[in-house]
Design a protein around this ligand. Structure first.
Ligand code: RIB
Length: 309
């Protein structure tokens, strides 16, 4: 790793309202939660914060609402050292919010209300064109309109800028449009939605990744949680081992993986090492509650990386 890369995230910013509970309620049931946490989230913003904590120069292209959360979100970007010149307050729109429920095993269930994220349009990408052209890597997710995602992927390819798409939340997509991404990085459920086949273990992830490559995708990394990650390209597939931890809250771990992977790769790490490092960075984020608030510093990461088995 030898330089500070510039990473531009075109994506979402939410406020996360997280309730910790022993179990999830059944339909019609009312239960008590153990604790509540209000924090900054959104897959785009989370990935931006992770890349920044790793050491990248980071810029964000996003839209927030004209409510209490909008200015607070912009302030959070500034406090994190992220360039938010292209984060716009959208008159008449609410900010994106995400009620999140975390059970005692650390697993989460999330409902995203997109609000202003849904108003981030290709015209906003054009307005940020100079910034995007200066990027070493452009990172995208699916909490903004699909037309904006596809438009940005084509922009990145046209200008020779590497791009990473995290196809989350999972949905069926045009593989023809995703072929413009250098990396597509789903988790198991997102891979299922993309490939239209079950992905419950590394073998099924391999079959799905190979099908997605046949559909035209350039490179696919399926993140497998406690099972590590599966990386597939024209040369074949390889499994990258996990970093074992006892999770407290897995919310945002996928975002920690994407943001840190973008940083490690753009800093000059070989792909396999970038994935191993991102596995460790993501695992460390599950040891504390919250999304961005659980992401660790480079010092904490380096200690874990040096001490891994
Ligand atoms: O990936 C976790 C994120 O998903 C949360 O921060 C929430 O806002 C949703 O976007």
């Amino acid at each position: 790793m030898n330089r500070q890369p510039h990473i531009v995230v075109v994506g979402s910013a939410n406020v996360d309202l997280t309730t910790f509970t022993d179990h999830f309620p059944r339909p019609g049931e009312t239960i008590f939660g153990r604790a509540f946490h209000l924090g900054f989230g959104g897959k785009g913003a989370n990935q931006a914060v992770a890349a920044r904590l790793c050491g990248a120069r980071v810029s964000m292209v996003a839209r927030v609402g004209d409510d209490l959360f909008g200015p607070a979100t912009i302030q959070n970007f500034a406090a994190s050292g992220i360039d938010a010149r292209h984060v716009l307050i959208t008159p008449g729109a609410s900010s994106g919010v995400a009620p999140i429920f975390v059970d005692s095993s650390g697993q989460n269930r999330i409902i995203v209300v997109k609000g202003a994220n849904d108003r981030l349009l290709p015209a906003d990408v054009d307005a940020a064109a100079d910034l995007l052209r200066s990027a070493d890597c452009i990172v995208l997710q699916l909490e903004i309109p699909l037309e904006t995602v596809y438009y940005t992927l084509r922009f990145a390819r046209r200008h020779g800028i590497p791009s990473i798409l995290n196809p989350a939340p999972g949905q069926a997509l045009s593989l023809g449009e995703l072929a413009f991404a250098d990396y597509v990085i789903p988790n198991e459920t997102e891979a299922e939605a993309l490939g239209g086949m079950p992905v419950r273990n590394p073998d099924e992830a391999r079959a799905c990744a190979l099908a997605l490559l046949s559909g035209g995708l350039a490179r696919v990394i399926v993140t497998l949680g406690a099972n590590g990650a599966l990386c597939a390209g024209p040369e074949g597939c390889r499994h990258v081992a996990p970093f074992a931890v006892e999770p407290v809250d897995t919310t945002g771990a996928g975002d920690a993986f994407i943001g840190s992977f973008a940083f490690f790769l753009a800093s000059g790490c070989k792909e396999g090492e970038a994935i191993s490092r991102a596995n460790v960075y993501a695992a460390l984020s599950t040891l504390a509650a919250g999304t961005q608030s659980s992401f660790v510093t480079m010092e904490r990461f380096e200690a874990a990386w040096a001490g891994r088995g």
